[in-house]
Design a protein around this ligand. Structure first.
Ligand code: GLC
Ligand code: MG
Length: 528
């Protein structure tokens, strides 16, 4: 550790591993991943070398949005285990030096939450209805769209409408009602008291809506883009449901709750805002510690695009003193290997992009299965489960949520003790991608990730926070190479179609393919 590294908060340069609980490991053979399954697979995470886990929601839930529809924020869904199982996971992970953050879903509850049930029972004008966004209206109260397609309003029997920015089964809470912030502070304390290291805050930009709920105004082509708005929300002329100034009051009060606990507890915002500046507001010194930086997810395979992502990401967080985060995939987007073209080329590029991300100052988020080089699966229509897919009729997010292959040559590939397919069927050609198969293959993506994370530890806290972009557009590397220096480390990613010569006398610390003195296309190298 360098001087100063000891008092640097752990999350600043942590590698987080996102566990999509339903799809990581199944302990009881019901074909659905669960908490004891995660605990049993902690050795995979220690040998991978990650610093922290982010667990997607495991709370009591009817699972219409696979846990992002919470019916009880203070309990564990029996499908996933018990509170005692979570306590056990926290203890065992902490014993191994792995921190654990959990998902917090404050924008909406499930329609099976007792608050929503009592709101329906109590009727129009009641204090129970005021916890949600109910309106009287002869027709739709405004023109807002659900992120999952269709109108954002549902009518109930007595004629009132309630707002749901996501699925109909996910009614939005009314954060202007003081009962709501009070309840969520209790929820934060409930999990902090049990020992979680922090929270991933779902839809952090959505909690407060503009007074009066005015219509949203679309830019010209926006109408046609609504279905993809999950990844690319803007630009709309006016978005009264997102990124309202009052959300920041909430995060300032959560900051104080986190700060009242020992051990650098943290929160990371999932906020799909229109620009880097608005995202940076979530990580001001008295708000959250991190915000997901989604720019890499929308960038094509291009050195110029990556350079822009890096430059803009630093430009946004530096003025507020925050450190950046880097994200290549998650449970809502197409897997990187597929996004970059699929097949051998897509995988090579995903590995190379990972090297750029892991070399940058800040914290990285790895989505489960990226370390196996998994591709998006083409899930047959009859197996679709994603509410967005079901509402829009377009393939949704099921393809990146297929349960992990651990071993063996057929489904469920060691995912659990059952025979046959888990909750989303696995492809029949995954045998070579299993953890066991890749452990036996020195050239596998898994062994590559382990090596990268090992080497990363040698510089992550000592190489400094300054990044110098190198020679882009000059003869040295060419337009197609992303190249940057961080301390003694030089990183090159070849996004072009010609091999480029490596600098003389450079020592190769790691590379995405075997390199001698040239870097082939779709490859990356760390040099010293
Ligand atoms: C977040 C989650 C996504 C979920 C949505 C609604 O964006 O990542 O999976 O569907 O919020 O809670
Ligand atoms: Mg199970």
């Amino acid at each position: 550790m360098s001087p100063g590294a000891a008092d640097r908060a752990w999350w600043r340069d942590a590698v987080f591993y996102q566990v999509y609980v339903r799809s990581f490991a199944d302990s009881d053979g019901d074909g659905v991943g669960d908490i004891p399954g995660i605990t049993s697979r902690l050795p995979h995470l220690t040998s991978l070398g990650v610093d922290a886990l982010w667990l997607t929601p495991f709370y009591t839930s009817p699972q219409h949005d696979h846990g992002y529809d919470v019916a009880n924020y203070r309990d564990v869904d029996p499908r996933f285990g018990t509170l005692a199982d979570v306590d056990d996971l926290l203890v065992k992970a902490h014993d191994l030096g792995i921190r654990v953050i959990v998902d917090l879903v404050p924008n909406h509850t499930s329609d099976e939450h007792e608050w929503f049930r009592s709101a329906l029972a109590a009727g129009p004008g009641s204090p129970e209805r005021d916890r949600y966004v109910f309106r009287d209206s002869p027709d739709l109260p405004n023109n807002w769209h659900s992120v999952f397609g269709g109108p954002a309003w549902e009518q109930v029997e007595d004629g009132q409408w309630y707002l749901h920015l996501f699925d109909r089964t996910q009614p939005d809470l009314n954060w202007r009602n003081p009962e709501i912030p009070a309840m969520f502070e209790d929820v934060l304390r409930f999990w902090l008291d049990r020992g979680v290291d922090g929270f991933r805050v779902d839809v952090a930009h959505g909690l407060v809506k503009e007074e009066g709920l005015p219509d949203q105004r679309f830019t010209e082509d926006e109408e046609t883009r609504v279905a993809t708005s999950f990844i690319d929300p803007g630009p709309m002329d006016h978005e009264p449901m997102w990124d309202q100034p009052e959300v920041h009051d909430i995060y300032r009060s959560w900051h104080n709750v986190l700060a009242s606990y020992r051990g650098d507890r943290m929160a990371v915002a999932e906020a799909w805002t229109n620009d880097a500046e608005s995202l940076a507001r979530y990580v001001r010194p008295d708000e959250m510690q991190q915000a997901f930086n989604f720019h890499w997810l929308t960038a094509p395979w291009s050195a110029a695009a990556f350079t822009k992502v890096i430059t803009e990401s630093f430009a946004a967080v530096r003025p507020v003193g925050a450190s950046p985060t880097w994200v290549l995939g998650n449970h809502d987007v197409v897997r990187p290997a597929t996004r970059y073209g699929g097949g051998q080329v897509g995988l090579a590029r995903a590995r190379a992009a990972t090297m750029a991300m892991l070399a940058l100052p800040g914290s990285c988020y790895i989505y489960q299965g990226e370390e196996l080089g998994l591709e998006e699966v083409d899930v047959a229509r009859e197996h679709w489960q994603d509410p967005r897919a079901l509402r829009t009729g377009e393939p949704g997010r099921d393809g990146c949520r297929v349960p992990l292959p651990w071993s063996g040559d057929r489904a469920p590939y060691g995912f659990g003790p059952s025979t046959g397919q888990p909750w989303i069927p696995q492809p029949d050609d995954w045998a070579d991608l299993s953890v066991a198969a890749q452990e036996a293959d020195a050239g596998s993506t898994l062994m590559f990730y382990r090596e990268l994370l090992r080497v990363r530890r040698t510089f992550a806290t000592t190489a400094g926070d300054d990044v110098e972009l190198l020679d882009l557009g000059t003869e040295a590397f060419g337009d197609d190479v992303l190249a940057f220096r961080r301390g003694e480390l030089t990183v090159m990613v070849n996004c072009g179609n010609k091999a480029v010569v490596l600098p003389d006398a450079a020592e190769v610390l790691a590379s995405s393919v075997h390199v001698v003195d040239e870097l082939p296309p779709d490859a990356a190298v760390w040099l010293r």
